[in-house]
Design a protein around this ligand. Structure first.
Ligand SMILES: Cc1cc2nc3c(=O)[nH]c(=O)nc-3n(C[C@H](O)[C@H](O)[C@H](O)COP(=O)(O)O)c2cc1C
Length: 547
């Protein structure tokens, strides 16, 4: 009997766990000759430079859930702002001979597997058809252009993963990182859309690979149509804004694009093909979206509205300055109000960015509270749904007999937050534990707090449709994106942590079996900047346009 999707996905998760005794299967050492290209281009496709116009649309970060006073129409300028603030470059860093780009979206190992495509018709200044977004020059490459029609305009963004970029460094665990990155990318796009007063929503499209030109044999000849070159179709998101209609259904899109003028050939990602990680191919195949209709289930509104953030900083400014903390200053602590606010913002509400999520919320937070003013260092729990609030404390009861709701002892803690103190711990022991569990990385222990994102693994993978695994990892990425921006708004900094020892995390919290699985870690604190690393502007070739 062949394995079901569910079996494959669950086996993949199990075999890609990091253990104290051994890390998940990886390349061992990096083959620099095979280093993947960070940018894909389509030479031969017409290039359309996008304006660097995001500052024209700047709004206070705290006002993002509201619509801007004046409606912003979708056109070349606003599309440029959308892409700049989601996938654009924010700085060039250099140290010695090394030079690397940072972008609005974070990425495991800064390897950036995510590629973005624009499908649109009727947008002023943008030719109708399919475009590839080229972040290096902030430009669109016209992949499949069509004659303009006379229907109402529409706009959709397709995201893909080039999994080889992550697999080159991380081996089998790379599929997880790609999904976490996709979650961050969806979040980055949702925030950029909110700045413009727009919303993004997923649309099911079983012909997504075809619509994005990823299955074109001429462009990906058989010898090159190998694991290291292919792009995995991930998600298609339709933009909802005044004046835009829904994107056409899949069959219409296919016919429209088949009749288009296809141009450009993809550049190579892998200069020295050789590696393969079949476990990634298998889990990718077992977790592809089979549904052909959108779920359109929105997160329900059971919580009080999130109060506007008190910061006066602009959203575009915070999005551009977002960075991962590389080192944290253990002499600093975080005000309690800022801590509660960050946790509150991570709860699933039908507003940016969680309005984009169609799967039920299944991520909960296991917290290592290290340096938060007025809170005893220790282990804490934040269930993000009423069902988990009812079940998780019981599941942890044996290990943490003296657990109690923080709101019972601290009037400043919002009652709806549902934060639970599991156990006090001496700071030194807590630091040792947090650091060890996150692959011995100091950033998990020198910060104000770090956390493990505990996923409802059995529920997510239990319906026979392996796609729930991708949704679980993406939700974790989405929560991570909230924490990154909320940290910047609070004047501190966050860092995603993909490297952690899976089962030792569960054991620390007294969890057995596969029902609950930690899928991502995160840390927030006061950063120490490395003055040796130089910072250059994002688009030096377009200096006059740079903010
Ligand atoms: C899914 C994911 C996992 C990550 N894991 C780690 C990690 O284990 N350790 C670490 O220091 N940084 C980690 N990072 C941070 C990345 O290294 C960082 O995002 C990347 O270098 C780009 O830098 P930036 O975030 O400043 O733009 C992770 C980021 C993501 C999105």
């Amino acid at each position: 009997m062949s394995d079901t999707s569910q079996d494959i996905v669950r086996a993949y998760h199990g075999r890609t766990k990091h253990r104290f005794e051994a890390y998940a299967e990886g390349p061992g050492q990096l083959d620099w000759d095979a280093q993947p290209a960070p940018f894909r281009h389509y030479p031969g496709a017409p290039l359309l430079e996008l304006p660097l116009a995001a500052d024209r649309f700047e709004r206070c970060y705290g006002r993002l859930p509201e619509k801007p006073e004046n409606q912003i129409d979708a056109d070349l300028d606003s599309l440029g702002a959308l892409l700049e603030l989601s996938f654009g470059i924010t700085a060039w860093k250099s140290w010695g001979p090394s030079r690397w780009a940072l972008r609005c979206n974070p990425s495991s190992g800064n390897l950036h597997p995510v590629e973005a495509y624009v499908l649109s018709a009727g947008l002023p200044g943008v030719p109708d058809g399919l475009h590839h977004y080229e972040p290096e020059n902030h430009a669109l490459e016209g992949r499949a252009l069509t004659a303009p029609g006379d229907e109402a305009p529409w706009l959709a963004i397709g995201l893909t993963s080039i999994m080889w970029r992550e697999a080159w460094k991380y081996g089998e665990r790379a599929f997880r990182y790609c999904q976490l990155d996709i979650g961050h990318a969806i979040g980055a796009l949702a925030y950029a859309a909110a700045l413009l007063g727009w919303e993004i929503r997923p649309v099911a499209n079983p012909a997504m690979a075809h619509c994005l030109g990823l299955d074109r044999a001429d462009d990906f000849p058989a010898s090159r149509y190998a694991f290291t070159e292919i792009e995995e179709p991930e998600i298609l998101l339709v933009v909802r804004a005044a004046g835009l209609r829904e994107a056409p259904p899949a069959e219409q899109l296919v016919a429209w694009l088949d009749a288009a003028n296809w141009q450009g050939k993809p550049t190579r990602i892998d200069p020295s093909p050789g590696y393969r990680w079949p476990a990634i191919d298998q889990v990718a195949a077992a977790s592809r979206l089979l549904r052909s209709t959108a779920k359109n289930e929105q997160i329900s509104n059971r919580l009080p509205d999130l109060p506007p953030h008190p910061t006066t900083a602009g959203a575009a400014q915070l999005i551009r300055q977002r960075r991962s903390g590389q080192r944290f200053d253990p002499k600093h602590s975080l005000p309690k109000a800022a801590f509660y606010r960050m946790l509150d913002a991570s709860l699933p509400r039908p507003q940016v960015p969680f309005s984009v999520q169609e799967s039920p919320p299944r991520i909960h937070l296991l917290l290592f509270v290290l340096r938060v003013d007025g809170l005893p260092p220790g282990l804490y729990l934040l269930p993000r749904t009423p069902a988990a609030a009812a079940e998780l404390p019981g599941a942890l009861a044996q290990r943490f007999a003296s657990q109690r709701p923080v709101a019972d002892v601290d009037a400043e803690c919002p009652a709806h937050l549902g934060l639970i103190q599991l156990a006090d711990m001496g700071l030194q022991e807590l630091q040792r534990t947090a650091r060890a569990l996150s692959c011995h990385q100091d950033i998990a222990s020198t910060s104000a707090f770090s956390l493990g994102m505990l996923g409802e693994f059995d529920a997510a993978t239990g319906d026979g449709d392996g796609h729930g695994y991708r949704e679980l990892l993406r939700e974790a990425g989405l929560v991570g994106q909230v924490l990154y921006l909320e940290a910047e708004a609070a004047g501190v900094r966050g860092t995603g942590i993909g490297c952690f020892f899976d089962d030792p995390v569960h054991q620390t919290f007294g969890l057995a079996g596969s029902r609950w699985q930690s899928v991502y870690h995160f840390t927030v604190g006061t950063p120490i900047n490395d003055a040796r690393i130089e910072t250059g502007p994002p688009y030096p070739q377009r200096q006059q346009e740079n903010p």
